[in-house]
Design a protein around this ligand. Structure first.
Ligand code: AMP
Length: 312
């Protein structure tokens, strides 16, 4: 099995109550690939400028990720994003977004990227997501992420792509903004009516919920006392979620796979926020991932012991 991802590969300036980084490796596709590469072969489709360092390209290539479709544009500047978090880390303000080399990017995918079994359309212009989707030969599972900027300025194009994917991964505010529905379950149902069979609602420090036509499942975020930098948590979640699904694609029962994928997404995302940017996940081990998934299972399990509730 293999996974292709298209999305931003970026430099980020990030300020949180715990410190700041003026220019660190980031981008939705970067965080996704670092997580998904634990599970399967990943091919990244993206573009960087000649300001993009070889050391950063090596980070992107962690765990064998194929970066042949990451084009380096001579004289070009890498996508740049700047953001600042409030003291509780739940609110984030975007201070700057410079698409730079992504502005007019129309990639031609290599055969390896086109032949993927699973495709993730990470956060980037919907037109570019559609372009990549149309080049992939026969992906068996396609998921998509987006954000408020694209809902604001490219809504129709985004809805066109959503109609053609299996799963949409958005945060609660984005789901409300996209569907104009106040409840998350209602908003997810409205997305399912557009075509996808499942929706993952990312709820920040409250975890994530999975909504399909028949089911609802939710997990809390892993309880951490200190969160240093939430940047990329959503993309890291998506990388592990989609990576796990790719590994289990042959299993016929979809529902348990989606639930287990939620647990891996939650575990990986929790590591990501422990340090700035990609720092923690770069040196994460498979054993650490497993032990956090097991801890998560333990803290989310309970027994239903029926007691008489009416006192006579
Ligand atoms: P997350 O915290 O999961 O929302 O992802 C943060 C990453 O998304 C950062 O590393 C940014 O470089 C990237 N990003 C921010 N804005 C955009 C955008 N408009 N399009 C694509 N990627 C973006």
């Amino acid at each position: 099995m293999s996974i292709t991802v298209v999305g931003s590969v970026a430099y980020d300036a990030v300020k949180t109550p715990f410190g700041e980084r003026e220019r660190m490796l980031g981008g939705a596709a970067t965080y996704f690939a670092l997580a998904a590469s634990f599970f399967d072969q990943v091919h990244v489709v993206g573009r960087v400028g000649d300001d993009f360092g070889d050391d950063d390209l090596s980070v992107l290539a962690t765990r064998g990720t194929d970066v042949a479709d990451v084009e380096r544009v001579p004289g070009g500047k890498t996508f740049f994003w700047a953001g600042e978090y409030g003291w509780d880390l739940n609110s984030r303000e975007t201070l700057d977004t410079q698409l730079n080399v992504f502005e007019d990017f129309r990639p031609t995918l290599s055969a390896a990227s086109r032949d993927c079994d699973v495709l993730f359309l990470a956060n980037i212009q919907p037109e570019l997501q559609l372009n990549v989707l149309e080049q992939c030969r026969n992906p068996k599972f396609v998921a998509l992420d987006s954000m408020n900027l694209w809902i604001d300025i490219a809504r129709d194009a985004l809805i066109d792509v959503i109609r053609r994917v299996d799963c949409v991964v958005l945060n609660d505010a984005e789901l409300r903004q996209l569907t104009e529905r106040p409840s998350i379950v209602g908003a997810a149902r409205a997305v399912i009516e557009m075509g996808p069979s499942s929706v993952v609602a990312k709820l920040g420090e409250y975890g994530a919920a999975l909504i399909t036509a028949e089911e609802f499942f939710a997990l809390p975020a892993f309880p951490l006392e200190t969160v240093v930098d939430p940047t990329g948590a959503g993309d890291t979640f998506a990388g592990a979620f989609v990576g796990f699904i790719a590994r289990q694609l042959e299993r016929s029962e979809r529902e348990p796979v989606l639930r287990q994928a939620m647990a891996y997404g939650t575990a990986l995302a929790s590591y990501s926020v422990e340090e700035f940017g990609t720092e923690r996940v770069e040196r994460l081990t498979a054993g650490e991932v497993d032990s956090r998934v097991e801890d998560l299972r333990r803290i989310t399990q309970f027994e239903h012991v029926a007691v008489p509730l009416e006192i006579s």
